[in-house]
Design a protein. Structure first.
Length: 255
């Protein structure tokens, strides 16, 4: 996919992690193996028999740009994908109204956000925030996990991973001259963002799924750009979304 060549050189470091677009076979393999570990082994929301070779891959991956976070040992610790429009379309638009489907189906200016995954222990440490962002309830991690106990800084690092991945996909989107993202979101969580001036447009009816109530949404960059790097705004939204949580302090990009 030629778009992968266009997004090289957008790497940055944040909080001790390297954020990059996975454009090589080696990095894509890290993405798929992290998703398998996360979805199949850790939170158990995917059927292992569907993913041979312990690689979580689906048809939309062929049309996606994958954001990847690496730690100091070059281990994959976070991923989020940006699905570009193609002949197979967006899963989000399948849940949109017929009017919005007709309007957006052929657009090359929008892309779909999906497949957010974090490595343990950062996923465990920020499971509540992760649940809100994915608009599904993250089930408890396997009781048989042999991962180390949580450390005091793991929650803060999980928040940095989430922020860095969204920032990376925004930079990629701007390089590709996109103007909007679509995604499936929890209407209650979206209402909290709207309260703080982050506009997300509901483009389909609320669907009650096993993972919870969700609806198709569209976000236009010109309406949210000023909020993407506003740490104060992120903190306020996070505190209201997860009132029982203490939102980590996020430092600057040069860490």
């Amino acid at each position: 996919m030629q778009e992968r060549d266009l997004v090289k050189g957008l790497d940055f470091r944040l909080g001790g992690f390297q954020f990059t677009a996975a454009t090589s076979g080696e990095l894509l393999d890290k993405v798929y193996r992290l998703r398998y570990k996360s979805y199949v082994q850790d939170i158990k929301v995917a059927d292992p028999t569907l993913f041979p070779g312990e690689r979580h891959v689906d048809p939309q991956d062929a049309w996606a740009i994958h954001g990847l976070a690496l730690d100091k040992e070059n281990n994959a610790v976070g991923t989020l994908r940006l699905v570009l429009n193609s002949q197979i379309g967006f899963q989000t638009l399948e849940a949109a109204s017929p009017e919005q489907q007709k309007k957006l189906a052929a657009s090359r200016k929008i892309a779909e956000l999906s497949r957010l995954a974090l490595a343990d222990p950062y996923a465990r440490a920020s499971a509540d925030i992760w649940s809100a962002l994915m608009s599904i309830q993250i089930p408890p991690f396997s009781a048989t996990t042999k991962e180390r106990p949580l450390a005091p800084g793991d929650r803060r690092k999980g928040a940095i991973l989430l922020l860095g991945l969204f920032r990376l996909l925004y930079r990629i989107s701007k390089r590709l001259r996109l103007s909007a993202w679509c995604f499936m979101g929890d209407p209650d969580a979206v209402a909290v963002y709207a309260k703080h001036g982050v506009v997300m447009h509901e483009i389909g009816p609320v669907i009650n799924e096993p993972v919870g109530a969700r609806a198709a949404h569209l976000v236009n960059f010109h309406e949210i750009e000023k909020h993407l790097l506003n740490f104060g705004k992120i903190k306020m939204v996070g505190q209201e979304l997860i009132p029982q949580a203490t939102t980590p302090t996020l430092r600057g990009e040069r860490e």
